[in-house]
Ligand binder design. Structure first.
Ligand code: AMP
Length: 129
């Protein structure tokens, strides 16, 4: 059965898309820790990030790097942090989170955005891609 994220890639479940190429896809996390919180995923279904082949993982990181640069331009912050948890959705994903401080990562309740605001966040990042 397709994972939730495969359904997002296929357009069966809506998302706020940021970017894609042949292998990878980036979209806004629906429960953002901060404005610009983005998930980067491989289109190929793989659960555990470190089950990916070295070269595939390297390409995913290069893709994430471009997205992170655009996030940082759209939402200036000291650094865009990356996190890999993956216990909730069994489809490998990298969180890219604009960090004002370490506290940004640990807040339980992140920012609340409505649909229009999510669209504006995605558009702001895309402007720099
Ligand atoms: P984890 O597997 O622990 O890295 O968490 C999965 C992440 O996916 C969480 O941050 C969720 O907010 C996010 N998420 C779950 N469903 C969706 C969705 N439909 N669209 C965007 N993000 C999602």
């Amino acid at each position: 059965m397709a994972t939730l994220f495969t359904k997002i890639i296929n357009g069966e479940i809506p998302c706020y898309k940021v970017a894609e190429n042949e292998e990878f896809f980036a979209f806004l996390d629906i429960n953002p820790k901060a404005k610009g919180h983005t998930l980067v995923i491989p289109k190929r279904e793989v659960d555990y990030l470190f089950d990916m082949e070295d070269d595939e993982l390297a390409r995913m990181m290069a893709f994430a790097k471009k997205i992170a640069a655009a996030i940082r331009k759209a939402f200036p912050c000291p650094k865009v942090g990356i996190a890999v948890l993956g216990l909730e959705v069994p489809h490998a994903h990298i969180h890219l989170i604009p960090l004002e401080s370490e506290a940004t990562f640990y807040v339980k309740e992140g920012v609340q955005l409505n649909g229009k605001e999510f669209e504006e966040v995605a558009a702001a990042i895309k402007k720099y891609l």
